[in-house]
Every structure is written in structure tokens, then in C-alpha cells.
Design a protein around this ligand. Structure first.
Ligand code: UGY
Ligand code: MN
Length: 278
């Protein structure tokens, strides 16, 4: 299997609204173990708005849901020219990952302003004050993953940082000759982090060769390419712009198809004890 060095691209929601004459062919499904939200259902009429955000709409594609996936929310934010927020989230316990997929946006924290472009990645710890604005005349789109940070006595909260897809050298999974790689944005052994948001890359023909079944929850947004995903006994064809939302212990495997790498943004809760509700 050869490694394809193609330009990295990032999918966007379909937006708009299918016409009255289009044949119904949607693949969306919500099961006990996973939800599958295809790109085509991320239209104008399923967007939301948020307080203290100007000229912005969002697709909420995951939220804590009792008995399902409970640890995180995932938004796709579309900020029009001149939009943004000085008060993005009043919840001082939430930590954030922001991943830009279109346009350009200014992120401000600790007195510094950073200009983020497609592929830029920001980690913002719980309790940080930050602001975000689109100062351009084109829309900007970014993924915003929020999790309630679980503090541990004796471990400081992580620092904020900004990096990018380009800057991170992906790590090959053992014995895969680079056909299955992960771009790690934080050190997996850094116990100050309780979530990992990574990018997984499979070359066409590459496989996740067993039904991974684990306590961690997942959100998988397909940034590029296509493949087939095994989710709790079902095979689903997936392509760029599609989202998979998996509860704890949802069995999962996949193979990559097409002629470009199959890449997805992956959320995973990590590094903490299981709460015991007795
Ligand atoms: O890290 C993971 O759990 C990853 N291998 N899962 C996945 O890509 N579905
Ligand atoms: Mn997994």
C-alpha cells in the first residue's frame, strides 16, 4: 500500500436546503450505541444560535445525553464577516478545542491575538478568558469541542496552546507502515489533559482491523476522503463531512476507500478514574 501525499482539505456542512424535487436518500440514524449524522443533513434549518455571539450560527452535532454519550459537546460554528464573541462561554468549568476548517478568525487570550487559518488548532483550558472574532469579509468555520474539565488534586490545569495540523508529525500505529496514523496534539502521558482531540489518517485500503470496544466516548468528524465504518454490528459508508457519535463501549472498526487519505477529527475522553455513583 502506498502513502498518498495529497493536499489536506477540510469538509464543510452542506448548508442550504434540498429541493422539493430531490429524491429522499438520507442515511442519518440514531441507535442505542451510536448516531450517524451525514453531511447532507447539516442544512440551514437545523442550525442554532448562541447568546452573546454575533452573526454566528452553529450545528450542534453532539451534546451530553444521559445514558448515551455524556462527556462532551461538539459544535460546527459558522461565523459570518464581522461576527464573533467577547463572551463565548460562561461555563468556567469547560475546556475547549477549536479546529478551523474555513476562512480565518482571530482568537484572543492572555493579552495576545492569534490569527487562525484552516488546519489551526487551539486548546483553551477551563477558566481561561478568551474572545474570538472574524475580522475578514468572508465566513469562517470551526469545530468547537467542549468538555467539563475534571480537576485532579496535585495536577495543574493545562496551559492554552495553538498549533496546527501541518505542524504535527503524525505517529504511525504499530506495524502499519504508515497506512494508519494519528496526529497527536497533546502528549498522551500528560495527565493534566482529560481529553484528546486528534486527527486519524488512513491511506486508501488501510484498516482498523478489529472491533475496538472501549470505555472512551468518541465524536468522529470526517475531514477528508471516504471509507466504511463498523459501528456496533453495522457497516456504514462514510465520506467527508459526515459525523459519527459513539457512546462508551460502542464497537468500532473501519477501512479506507477512494483515492485520497481518509481523515477524521476524533474526540476521546481519557486519563481519569471512572466516577462511582453509589
Ligand atoms: O484512539 C482511538 O480510540 C481510535 N483508534 N478510535 C477510532 O479511530 N475509532
Ligand atoms: Mn476508538
Amino acid at each position: 500500500m502506498s502513502i498518498i501525499q495529497s493536499k489536506r482539505t477540510y469538509a464543510l456542512p452542506a448548508a442550504g436546503l434540498p429541493s422539493q424535487t430531490e429524491r429522499f436518500a438520507d442515511r442519518a440514524i440514531f441507535t442505542n450505541a451510536y448516531a450517524f449524522i451525514p453531511r447532507t443533513v447539516m442544512t440551514d434549518i437545523v442550525t442554532s444560535n448562541l447568546p452573546f455571539w454575533e452573526k454566528t450560527r452553529l450545528w450542534v452535532i453532539a451534546r451530553p445525553l444521559t445514558g448515551f454519550s455524556e462527556s462532551f459537546s461538539h459544535y460546527i460554528m459558522e461565523v459570518s464577516a464581522g461576527g464573533g464573541s467577547d463572551r463565548p462561554d460562561d461555563n468556567i468549568n469547560s475546556e475547549h478545542v477549536i479546529f478551523i476548517v474555513d476562512g480565518s478568525i482571530e482568537l484572543k487570550y492572555e493579552g495576545m491575538t492569534h490569527v487562525l487559518q484552516p488546519g489551526s488548532y487551539a486548546y483553551l483550558p477551563a477558566g481561561l478568558s478568551w474572545q474570538i472574532h472574524n475580522k475578514t469579509n468572508k465566513k469562517a468555520v470551526f469545530h468547537w469541542i467542549r468538555k467539563r474539565y475534571i480537576d485532579v488534586e496535585g495536577i495543574d490545569r493545562p496551559q492554552a496552546f495553538i498549533t496546527s495540523d501541518e505542524e504535527i508529525i503524525p505517529v504511525s500505529m504499530p506495524d502499519t507502515n504508515g497506512v494508519w496514523q494519528t496526529s497527536l496534539f497533546v502528549d498522551p502521558f500528560d495527565m493534566s489533559h482529560d481529553m484528546h482531540v486528534t486527527i486519524v489518517t488512513f491511506q486508501p485500503g488501510g484498516v482498523l482491523p478489529f472491533a475496538e470496544t472501549h470505555v472512551m466516548e468518541h465524536g468522529l468528524y470526517v475531514l477528508q476522503g471516504r471509507g466504511a465504518y463498523y459501528l456496533n454490528g453495522d457497516w456504514r459508508e462514510v465520506e467527508e463531512g459526515d459525523y459519527m457519535w459513539l457512546r462508551a463501549f460502542c464497537p468500532q472498526a473501519c477501512y479506507a476507500a477512494g483515492d485520497r487519505p481518509f481523515r477524521y477529527l476524533l474526540y476521546k475522553d481519557v486519563n481519569r478514574h471512572m466516577p462511582l455513583h453509589l
